[in-house]
Design a protein around this ligand. Sequence first.
Ligand SMILES: Nc1ncnc2c1ncn2[C@@H]1O[C@H](COP(=O)(O)OP(=O)(O)O)[C@@H](O)[C@H]1O
Ligand SMILES: [Mg+2]
Length: 112
Amino acid sequence: MKKIEAIIRPEMFESVRDALLKIGCQGLTVSEVEGHGKQKGLVQQWRGEKYQVYLLPKLKLEIVARDRDVELIVRTIMDSAGTGQIGDGKIFVYDVSTAVRIRTGEKGEKAL
Ligand SMILES: Nc1ncnc2c1ncn2[C@@H]1O[C@H](COP(=O)(O)OP(=O)(O)O)[C@@H](O)[C@H]1O
Ligand SMILES: [Mg+2]
């Protein structure tokens, strides 16, 4: 199993969620986060003064999936979260050692 962690633009969430539902993605965790990538935020102007905003609001999606589904999920997020502009976000994939469904005690892929 793998965990797919995607940092996306908050305004792209509905598009990503709809695309994930379409491919039959089972579960999803979403958190509101702040971060920056290469550009270290952006420069804004207010009443003629320029100032640097270092942290921009993003959404973090976490999906734990079977190994064989990872490629499709990553491609689906790429296709639905992108605008082609800087700040579109990133996807990280991690190994997951196990999962447990608390209600039944099912373990591993059966718990997803
Ligand atoms: N190396 C990283 N480690 C952890 N989070 C990152 C990293 N790079 C980017 N992020 C997260 O992804 C968000 C979007 O990054 P983005 O601006 O699209 O990346 P970049 O400018 O590097 O192409 C950031 O706000 C941050 O939350
Ligand atoms: Mg950036």
